[in-house]
Design a protein around this ligand. Structure first.
Ligand code: SAM
Length: 228
């Protein structure tokens, strides 16, 4: 009777761990955010276990049945489209429900975009805050950035390519010459780290259309002229 929270790669399939592959092969049921996306990984690993969808739109409906299966001593794994379940995806809901029912929850660690981006950012790694996706509206983003003017810890956000320009404009307006690092397409062929002020990154994106998955980071103590 265990629920395994299994991290999977964030791009490069080679980043699956030996332990994750072993646990997935042993499980009777694999819960995935998008079963078609996860099939690519499972096929790559030669895993034929039954899969079932677990996402924000069905989590409330299917959780009681999954708890019943776990109580029936079924070995179940939860994976997401990419990275670590529970980080910016519905994993938390099932984990909390399982713990409330006395079910053993076992984390199988692996990739997550947060730490992968942070450790190569060049920004301080000793203390950091993950803020998930940035607000969609400029006024809310600016309000958030205002509240961070005296924040000593490194900030980490998820962002989409279609909002990054507006986000950089807001950073420029509120935080001026703070050094921003954008980690793009981590672990994939086009992996790229862009480092500079918001203004410099806006110049870059005027010539290169923003694409792919991205993590945005800054630390208000680090201005462009301090840490090259
Ligand atoms: N559970 C995932 C994790 O552990 O990183 C995050 C899921 S969240 C729904 C997806 C967001 O994570 C993307 O929009 C992007 O901001 C970030 N992300 C995921 N994979 C990435 C990658 N390979 N490179 C850069 N950012 C990535």
């Amino acid at each position: 009777m265990s629920l395994y929270i299994v991290s999977t790669p964030i791009g490069n399939l080679g980043d699956i761990t030996v332990r994750a592959a072993k646990i997935l092969a042993e499980c009777e049921l694999i819960l995935a955010e998008d079963t078609r996306t996860s099939k690519k990984l499972l096929n790559h690993l030669g895993i034929t276990a039954q899969t079932s969808a677990y996402h924000d739109f069905n989590k409330e409906k299917v959780t009681p049945g999954l708890i019943a299966l776990l109580k029936d001593k079924k070995k179940i794994a939860l994976i997401t489209d990419a990275g670590t379940p529970g980080i910016a995806d519905p994993g938390f809901y099932l984990t909390r429900a399982a713990i409330a029912e006395g079910i053993n929850v076992v984390p199988i660690p692996g990739a997550s975009a947060i730490l992968t981006a942070l450790v190569a950012s060049g920004l301080p790694t000793d203390r950091f805050i993950f803020e998930n996706f940035l607000p969609h509206k400029s006024t809310q983003r600016q309000k958030l950035f205002e509240s961070l003017k005296n924040e000593p810890r490194t900030m980490i956000f998820y962002e989409t390519p279609h909002r990054i320009i507006k986000t950089l404009e807001d950073i420029k307006t509120v935080l001026g010459g703070v050094r921003v690092v954008i980690a793009r397409e981590l672990t994939k062929i086009h992996e790229e780290f862009l480092r500079g002020t918001a203004e410099e990154l806006l110049v870059h994106f005027a010539e290169h259309q923003p694409r792919g998955e991205m993590v945005v980071m800054f630390n208000v103590r680090v201005r462009q002229n301090i840490l090259k």
